[in-house]
Write a protein that binds this ligand. Sequence first.
Ligand SMILES: Nc1ncnc2c1ncn2[C@@H]1O[C@H](COP(=O)(O)OP(=O)(O)OP(=O)(O)O)[C@@H](O)[C@H]1O
Length: 288
Amino acid sequence: MSIIVKNLTHIYNEDMPFASKALDDISFEIKDRDFVGLIGHTGSGKSTLIQHLNGILKPASGEIFINGFNITNENLNLTEIRKRVGVVFQYPEYQLFEETVAKDIAFGPYNLGLEANEVDKRVKTSMESVGLHYDEFKDKSPFELSGGQKRRVAIAGVIAMEPEVLILDEPTAGLDPGGRDEIFGLIKKLHENHNMTIILSSHSMDDMAKMAKTIIVMNKGKIEFMGSPRSVFKDNVKRLKEIGLDVPQPLELAIKLRDKGFDISQDIITVEEAKQEILKVMRGRKKC
Ligand SMILES: Nc1ncnc2c1ncn2[C@@H]1O[C@H](COP(=O)(O)OP(=O)(O)OP(=O)(O)O)[C@@H](O)[C@H]1O
């Protein structure tokens, strides 16, 4: 499902003395089945953009088309957007409220007006998709689960609505490294097995470099860069640092080694690439 954003501007507290522009005339296009990493310093406008993509906020100006469908159209029913675009907000486990896992996941599909049989089917399938065994977890209270499990329940609740675009705002915030890997593994699987277009915001450049096909870098409500992780990180190290962002650690290491006189490529964004490049340089030195 393609997404086209045209000249989108958002102003909080418009017409008030303390009005502030959070999105400033941004335009971009996301292709069907892309995996987009949304990065930017805190306050750069990522969450505001995400809320526009699912119709929660209305723009001061501009338009958004989801598969040709204008979701900024005043007359559009929000349920129509929710069927297409699912959002997992930051710390989604705080929004779990039902007494059982199955009931919590069923809440969204019921609101779409689906029949009980269809809702039950979707609850089961989405629980299996997030790695929660139906019989084991369906009757548990969401509140007796671990942090990572709660987050999976929240994700299952969104994917049970079978959206074509899944947006996740900082889905691993506050999780330990094990929980983080689990959630990223799950998102990767959803992208690959369910053909979902994914938009993911994260502060981890290493994870973005590993997972995203396209990176969007936001700064002060504008898009600073958009492109493949390799082109965005490799060509813009200085500017990324100026706007308060890191680059992936393997690239950081390559830059440091180059500064120390090693003839090492800067075209490195993953640990494996750094390993191969360092081995190549070491072998070259041995021969000399
Ligand atoms: N409800 C609101 N009312 C007024 N201003 C807001 C509101 N929400 C966000 N802002 C402002 O809009 C700008 C963009 O904020 P936004 O939350 O979209 O950034 P972000 O990139 O998602 O940040 P973070 O990484 O901290 O979540 C910031 O200047 C912020 O202070």
